[in-house]
Design a protein. Sequence first.
Length: 334
Amino acid sequence: MNKKFLVITKTPLRISFFGGGTDFKDFYKVDYGRVVATAINKFIYVTVKNHEPLFNENYRLNYSETEKINSLSKIKNNIIRECLRLVKIKPPIYISIVSDVPSHTGLGSSSSLIVGLLNALYVTKGIFKTPNELAQLACRIEINILKQPIGKQDHYVSAYGGFAEFKFLKNNKVKVKKIKNNILTKIFRSSVIVWTGQYREAKLILKDQKKRIKENFFRLKLLNQISNKFLYLTKKKKFNLKKFAYLLDKSWYIKKKLSKKISSEYNNKLYEKFKQNGVIGGKILGAGGGGFFFFIYDQLNKKKLTKFLKKFYTIKCLPYQKGTEVIYKDLQFK
């Protein structure tokens, strides 16, 4: 083990367009799952540093809270505790986590955190894991150890980055196929990301969705078909934005049927108001319930939509090609 170390990682958040729900094991063990998503230029930064003996604790952890503690088993943050346990890092250690966007907003922050933290912890030991290895390990922690009722997509998007199709196979393998970037340029030029004003607990929504997979199996197959239709669009010489918006709209309509918790009367009304003011398709990002809406609009309606948007908080983001990366490292080995 090295005597002194300082490692900082930068891991992207994501926007998922199609196929959410088909990345659950209960589905892809019977039929394959397929998600189309892109990493975006909003990040989680993780700093891991050896903690000097002058401090009076084995672990100092700074995130939305601060923990100063001596025992690994008493760490409150489940993600940090299990990542430390898996990588077998010896204390004393300091960990700091900073995010561009709050958690519980539908951009895959918990999975990005695990991928970025694992990346940093392994590098402090001089071990450089591949994106596939990091995604697999992150899934093991969040799904198998912490028993979170989630699918695999977020871990793979944050590990690999870029705009891609993620295919989840019965043998637990995941195929990653990058998609042409010029399509994303068109999409983001005519998109807006709108804050619903509501934070939500994804765990409760996903737990309800997970227990209904059998009754929703035909809907999940429909979501797979929509992913396939979108991928067909990407192969055309000229990408049809209106057809993409239509598929988003259709996908959102089906996804709302997976669980009553995914949307709400407020969000349904908000969606309709946006459609009356220039939006031609969209969806809530992530599990649903709140967070951000992703909308596509017709450029002809931009003026009308811009006026309507003054009532709302929006964020600007762009596609991001890289997955989790080490942006600083200083390792001094014994």
